[in-house]
Design a protein around this ligand. Sequence first.
Ligand SMILES: Cc1cc2nc3c(=O)[nH]c(=O)nc-3n(C[C@H](O)[C@H](O)[C@H](O)COP(=O)(O)O)c2cc1C
Length: 214
Amino acid sequence: MSKGESRDVESRLIHTEGLRNRDRYQLLTSLVVPRPIAWVSSRSPDGVPNLAPFSYFAALSATPLLIGVSIGSRRGAAKDTLRNIREIGTFCVNIVTEHHLEAMNISSGDHPPEVDEFQVAGAGMAEAEVVSAPYVAGCPAVFECSVREEVALSEAGNVFVIAQVVAIRLSNDLPLLAGSFFVDPEVLRPVSRLGGESYAKLGTVQSIARPAPR
Ligand SMILES: Cc1cc2nc3c(=O)[nH]c(=O)nc-3n(C[C@H](O)[C@H](O)[C@H](O)COP(=O)(O)O)c2cc1C
């Protein structure tokens, strides 16, 4: 063994290019875990409210405050969420908590554009203040978002939507940690997605001090 090299456990290497789409999806979504869930609310130009969850969801930048959501296609066509946010340019991301787990799951059903998933899921609806979009009433944390950029990830595949969060609505029941703008995760009770139909609730929260800067 050369210096700096250590013995590895027995392992197997999977070349991803030769896999079926489904197998790649299953590996990706059961290894990049737990994933936060953007419960995206939007409205069609005809005024139909839309609600659907997306766990290809990431925090991208604080200044400007950017988030990203990757939206796939359905039977070769854009999903309602993507069509709405392309046409209107704004939407809300509702942070999914334990209280809304069932409703979030129901809202993921494959409904035609004229169906209001707020009603299907039994979720209350309220109107965002800064952007033109509905949000989930009673959701403790809501991002009001304005689309900034769209990146096509492949011809027939996902579109990555980058949006600026122009306002954040926090429930008055959601305290910030003393002297900061950190939200207390134990009060928020976020739910995240694992592979397939599995979800994770918050486990033990452990704090570790960062190494001192040089
Ligand atoms: C927890 C969860 C996460 C999901 N994440 C994504 C995702 O990141 N991208 C995606 O295209 N679909 C995702 N889906 C599927 C969409 O929610 C589903 O296709 C939905 O019907 C889209 O609704 P729409 O046509 O109203 O936009 C997810 C479903 C669930 C239950």
